[in-house]
Design a protein around this ligand. Structure first.
Ligand code: PLP
Length: 385
């Protein structure tokens, strides 16, 4: 049975073009890019090229790119690095719907004397702008708000947030892990100070990420040791990962418009059919301001996990929230923050598509979903027989 993969917000397939390019960096071109010899130096050149490709996708200067180990590291480095650089300010503003990479980091800082404000969202997952305006003050070291939500795909108005934060003299970081490669960016024209991305969400390998740091932003290094990444992130570079990320950025820059159209068409077809064919189902999140690949749907009276298991039997991979929280019986913190009722939050499924999905896969899933939902409802103690 062929796997149908609708879990691309958890991780993505490494693109064939990326895989081909990185193979030699394991067993042939394995030199250390910091070495004096030509053997290592040629790897250093490839890392420089990858930096240029990442900068081209983000619309920034290559010197503003720091390679990291993953999106989580980029988030941690941004938050802790800014706070360490401005020790006189003690307040952090974030949102209640952040990925745990940001939320747990901020909450931990809260345990160490920082004031942490978690902004709420409305029923459609949109940020409470009034509260944000009210909360930014002279003590605010950092505002960190995600670009788009990994569970619902809802996109926040980060350019406007960045402008507001700048006007108040604070620093703005955004977790754009789900955005890069899906929404065109031009950081040279934006007021975003720091931005995180992760390779494995855009068809590069796992174990590589980027932290963009605008020139002039004060940031204490998070990882101490050697002089790699201009002294901002010590540790021998993951050369295959970085080279792969460069290729993935290049592919994304070239194909972003065309791919978004294709992915959005497939996502909409899947979503509309499910909402139509499955009674008591509803879309979670703002339908308009959304990533083109993500659909989060609640099915009343049944468990998301049960739906996932039945989808899995048909070879269909989806998710019931963020992969990092699966295994927990708590409903998603994002849906709870949006005020989605407990029963609906428990029965939520996220479908996240990529350029590798096909219309046949969508049609097959459309055929199976009503069957699965009806079967589970027949077994559900919550449905009147
Ligand atoms: N931020 C968001 C919004 C994410 O969706 C994820 C992963 O799902 C991360 C951060 C963490 O990225 P990584 O898996 O590269 O650590």
């Amino acid at each position: 049975m062929k796997t149908i993969y609708f879990d691309n917000n958890a991780t993505t397939k490494v693109a064939d073009e990326v895989f081909e390019e990185i193979k030699p960096y394991f067993c042939e071109l394995y030199g250390n890019p910091s070495s004096m010899h030509t053997f290592g130096g040629q790897v250093g050149i490839k890392i420089r090229e990858a930096r240029e490709k990442a900068a081209a996708l983000l619309g920034c200067d290559p010197a503003e790119i720091i390679f990291t180990g993953c999106g989580t590291e980029s988030d941690n480095a941004a938050i802790n690095g800014v706070l360490a650089a401005v020790p006189n300010k003690r307040k952090i503003i974030t949102s209640r719907v952040e990925h745990p990479a940001v939320l747990s980091t901020c909450r931990e800082l809260g345990n160490h004397g920082y004031t942490v404000v978690e902004l709420g969202v409305d029923k459609q997952g949109r940020l409470d702008w009034g509260e944000l305006e009210k909360q930014i003050d002279d003590d605010t070291a950092l505002v960190t708000v995600m670009y788009a939500n990994n569970e619902t795909g809802v996109v926040f108005p980060v350019e406007q947030i960045a402008e507001l934060v700048k006007s108040k003299g604070s620093v703005f970081h955004t977790d754009a892990v789900q955005v890069v490669g899906k929404i065109p960016l031009n950081l040279s024209k934006s007021n975003i100070d720091l931005l995180s991305l992760s390779g494995h969400k855009l068809h590069a390998p796992k174990g590589v990420g980027v932290l963009y740091v605008r020139k002039g932003t004060r940031l204490a290094p998070f990882m101490l040791g050697g002089h790699q990444e201009a002294g901002k992130r010590a540790g021998t570079e993951n050369a295959p990962g970085i080279v792969g990320l460069g290729v993935a950025c290049e592919l994304a820059a070239k194909n972003i418009t065309e791919e978004n159209e294709k992915v959005k068409f497939l996502r909409d077809k899947l979503e509309n059919a499910i909402l139509e064919e499955c009674p008591d189902s509803m879309l979670n999140g703002d339908k308009e301001n959304r990533l083109p690949n993500t659909s989060n749907i609640s099915f009343e009276f049944i468990e998301g996990e049960a739906i996932l298991l039945m989808l899995d039997k048909f070879g269909i991979c989806a998710s019931s929230g963020s992969a990092c929280t699966s295994g927990s019986l708590e409903p998603s913190h994002v849906l709870r923050a949006m005020g989605v009722p407990f029963t609906a939050a428990h029965g939520s499924i996220r479908f996240s598509l990529s350029r590798y999905n096909t219309e046949q896969e969508v049609d097959y899933t459309i055929e199976k979903m009503p069957e699965i939902v009806n079967r589970l409802r027949e077994l559900s103690p919550f449905v009147a027989k």
